[in-house]
Design a protein around this ligand. Sequence first.
Ligand code: AMP
Ligand code: MG
Length: 416
Amino acid sequence: MTTMRPPRAPLKPLDDALNELLGFATILSDVEWVSTFDADGRVLAQDLVSELQVPPQDNSSMDGYAVRRADVLHANGQPLPVSQRIAAGSVGTELAPLSVARIFTGAPIPPGADAVVMQEEGELTQTDAGDTVRFTGVPEKGQWIRRAGEDVTQGAKVLSKGERLAPASIGLAASIGMHRLSVVRRPKVALFSTGDELVMPGDVEPEAMKPGAIYNSNRFFLRALLRRLGCEVTDLGIVPDRLEATQDALREAATNHDLILTSGGVSVGEEDHIKPAVESLGSLDLWQIAIKPGKPFAYGKVQGAHFIGLPGNPVSSFVTFLLLVRPFLLKLQGGSKFAIQSIAAPAHFTWARADKRREFLRVCRNAAGGLDLFSNQSSGVLTSAVWGDGLVDNPAGQTIQSGDVVRFISFSELMA
Ligand code: AMP
Ligand code: MG
């Protein structure tokens, strides 16, 4: 007996798939205020405009002496009296003629002074009649003075709506007085794994594992990746390889979640129920991408919730999350930067097997500035993603000779 196979639809190029996905991701409209302390990783829902300048006034960037350059020139190596002392947090007075002010880092420059000499370059003499200081050189005008507004000018937009906050940016927000920030609410994501072979670590000890069983690893890294992207995760556990069970899990997941994220069961095997289950409850709008690893990837809608099905193979699941789910979740939160950044780097390896699909190879930067290849590029070998610190984005049909310049994508950028 012969069975007729339906003609295979061409796989979707990654860039097209990403554009379509971003098109499906409508920005969440709810906004919330959070303490600036808790805003790391969140996406700003408003522009931040500064009501003041930073620093607020000219101040010293050294411990030393605030001087009038002309007076130092005039003193010609003779001592000048120290007429005042200005510590950070206090304010001085007009600098008396032919005198200097003892000044400390961060203290405002007193009116009349136009340079700071660092303390190591002044010879201090302390007497009962007062302190004097002698300089051997003459400072440049403006030396060791941080100018008012050199960081932020009044009225400047310091951070834009759509910016994903990072430690430095919450510091900058605090520097203009923001103690709370308006951010887009966290996406609610329901996560489940499919596969009758899956067992949870802790439920069964390694020595008691039945033949055919494996531990569920995807659940762990997917949950961690979602959390890093600011999501609220509902973990629905492991769903058996049956159509009705898959449909039930999808129905439950669609309630009160923005996104349903699954792993496994999204290929064309008889035990793969994700595709028919999604089609029976909603729509499947994207399926199968021309990348390796990661071909079995799906996007659809289930009862108003977004649905993304990731492959079961751990590396495929990991890589497709970084390349596709991450930008999708950033866009949901109103993020504006989700282009995948790659840099040029020399391959210190040979890749002789060109593939029909665009490949993402697990590599590690070496001390010589090149890239080493992990020895096993199988999509099941999660060690490659731990050993590696990024991916080589290798175009379809391309072999690589050692020394060739290739495109490198760093994991740290994709996981921040
Ligand atoms: P599937 O996409 O369901 O055909 O699964 C492909 C491969 O990935 C199979 O070898 C599965 O056993 C494995 N796999 C699926 N889900 C997981 C998971 N959550 N953790 C680890 N391996 C998995
Ligand atoms: Mg499976």
